[in-house]
Design a protein around this ligand. Sequence first.
Ligand SMILES: NC(=O)c1ccc[n+]([C@@H]2O[C@H](COP(=O)([O-])OP(=O)(O)OC[C@H]3O[C@@H](n4cnc5c(N)ncnc54)[C@H](O)[C@@H]3O)[C@@H](O)[C@H]2O)c1
Length: 279
Amino acid sequence: MKKLVLTGAMGRLGSYLREPLSTMCDEFVSSDILDAPCKLYANETFVQADLADLEAMVDLLDGADMVVHFGAIGDEAPFETLLGPNFIGAYNIWEAAHRNECRRVVYASSIHAVGMHKKTDFIGIDAPHKPDTFYGLAKCFAEDLASMYWDKRGLESVCMRILSCAQVTNPRAVGTWLSYDDLVHLVTQSIETPITGFSVIYGVSNNDRAPVDNAKAQHLGYRPKDNAEQFAQAMFEEAGPLDPQDAGNTHHGGPFASVELGNSGIAALNLNADDVAKS
Ligand SMILES: NC(=O)c1ccc[n+]([C@@H]2O[C@H](COP(=O)([O-])OP(=O)(O)OC[C@H]3O[C@@H](n4cnc5c(N)ncnc54)[C@H](O)[C@@H]3O)[C@@H](O)[C@H]2O)c1
């Protein structure tokens, strides 16, 4: 591959992806609204740009084969706050990819696109959208953009519905954990699979208690290795009895399923300082 672009490069997940992605292409362009990182990899250039600026996105994707789109506000917030980066930003990425004749968008979607399904429903990749927040609604919008740009304009997409890519610090994560190694494998497979069309896949490790079914995404060859069962006993002991009436415990979206619209869901997740510091 000649040119690969990563948005959200200064974010928590982007920071884990820069190095492995830089080895997959001749020219690696990382981008974020934040300042450039201190150290760039050998073939990396950094472009500071706002996802909400269409012309900037068209310039960013000039000559790119693919874009790995991780830039967004990564939490629930008022609709007006998410409108620019998450909604308009998503349109700008697919439109810029189309105008530049890119082959594929590899997109960080989220379980929150289907977060109001019950956990006792072992949902597959074809479960209907059921967003738990404005944040999840933006992921639904982006997935529908991906579907429409494939149907009408032949632009491929892989929508990776990531569950929880952070250290395991709460009982929910025993099912939802995506390890950083498995994240890199998932993104790599999404880039290297020769034909994807419009694909959806859950971003989750090989957890005994993974609450979602990737059976219909076999073509991507994603074979996660890590398993959060090693943390189960400690997480359940620490948390004590869980309330079976709390939507945060019973729905796929976890705390996002129970917070008021517009309020942070991450705040209730008990993330490690290490994870938060990188976000
Ligand atoms: N971390 C998870 O467990 C998880 C789960 C599901 C989905 N995701 C998705 O993965 C992606 C990355 O998540 P993260 O945890 O690294 O989040 P993060 O907040 O650490 O990173 C997001 C990055 O996007 C950038 N950004 C925000 N607004 C922008 C704008 N207007 N223009 C350009 N860049 C902008 C931020 O500066 C930040 O560096 C997000 O799209 C998030 O929704 C993450």
